[in-house]
Each structure stands twice: as C-alpha cells, then as structure tokens.
Design a protein around this ligand. Sequence first.
Ligand code: 5GP
Length: 237
Amino acid sequence: MAAYLEIADDSKGHELSLFCVPKHYEEDLDSVIIPNGLIKDRTERLARDIVRDMGGHHIVALCVLKGGYKFFADLMDYIKTLNQNSDKSVPLTVDFIRLKSYSNDQSTNCVKVIGGDELSALAGKNDQSTNCVKVIGGDELSALAGKNVLIVEDIVETGKTMETLLKLLNECHPKMVKVVSLLVKRTPRSSGYRPDYIGFEVPDKFLVGYALDYNEYFRDLSVSVSSCSVLFCSYLI
Ligand code: 5GP
C-alpha cells in the first residue's frame, strides 16, 4: 500500500494570519492545512519513489488539469533534478488533459472527454458506461499505447474520476500506468480506489489553493492548501 503523510481529522491547521494570504481571500478561508514547504518536501520524496519504480523506461507524465498543474510542475522539476544528478536517468515527456467531474463543492458522478477525434470517440463510450466524465484536450490517448504512463492528479475524493480515466486509458493499451495524487481525502464516499503514490491523506473538508479551485477561485493561492470558511473549504498554501 502507498505510504502517505496523514493530516488528522482533528488537525486545526495553521492560523491564516501567520501566512501571506492574498487580501481578497482572507475572509473566505479557515486555516492553512498544508504549508507550501511541506508540499514541496513531500513531492521531492514522491519523485524519488516514482523514479525508483518507473525509472527503467521512458515515462509519459500526464497532467490532469487544471487542479494538478502546480503539483505536476513541482514533481517534474524534482524528477528532472534526479535525472541530472544521477548515473541513471529516465526520458520524460509530458501531456495535459482536463477532466471535469466537480460542480461547486460537490463531487459528481459525471466525467466527460472532449477534443480530438480519438478523445471524442472515447467520450461516447465513457458516457454510456459511467454517465458522464469530461476529458478535454491532450494528444490522442491512443498515442499512449505501449508507453509507461504516470497520471498526475491533485486530489482523489470518491475515486470515480480516476477509475473512469484508468478505464479509458487501459482501452489504449499502455505498457504500464501509475497514478500519483498529491492528496487523498478520507471520506465515506470513497469507492475504495487508492493511487499508487499519495502525498497526503486529508480530512473530509473542501480544500483550495496550490491550484485547487472553488469554481475557478483560489487557484491563485500559490502557496499552500487551505480550508475555506465561507465555502466550507480548506486552504493548501
Ligand atoms: P473524485 O472523482 O475522486 O470524487 O473527485 C476528484 C476530483 O474532484 C478532483 O480531481 C478535483 O477536481 C475535485 N475535488 C475533490 N475534492 C476536492 C476538494 O476538496 N477541493 C477541490 N478544489 N477539488 C476537489
């Protein structure tokens, strides 16, 4: 089972006033749950574990936008640093897709794939099997055939989004697929799905910051992950 750093349910987080939070968000946030430095340190170790396990082969790192972009950028930097400073290195290419399964602060059963002929074809299949999960953009998923794919996600809540994406990817016959998620939520709504690599296991709160949004707001909280009071969410700086 994947190791992770646990943020306890009774953790109060850190007082907002101790951090640099943009003025326009001060009223909306509860506390800082995971400071930026801790995210970075944990990400560095995830990079090491991933290179150890997948490092023998070319990796295609697939960033799940938009929430995954900060974690993806930091993780890629750490993998590149390992590549530059080791006798063994792994070729790394990147691609980006967008999944939509969230409306306001409610996870839905709905995920769709849009864009590109191949993706549209897969979207049709997906609609039938899982109601709707939206995948937007990215090269054709069929280009991943025979490749070692690392899916990079921001947060897994119910696990339905990732299970749907994995089903779609497996139809394209990649050689290996691993999933790394910065956060996994401890929630009774979980399907039981667990990623291969996990940064932090977090309480069942709505989290924003470090590119995680609430209806597009809070992505510009570049520093950490937090919980918001107005929207009942928490803040990752
Ligand atoms: P799942 O399908 O695992 O329930 O949901 C995964 C997606 O829901 C994530 O990729 C993310 O977009 C969204 N999500 C789940 N929990 C949170 C949260 O606490 N904060 C934010 N900003 N998004 C979340």
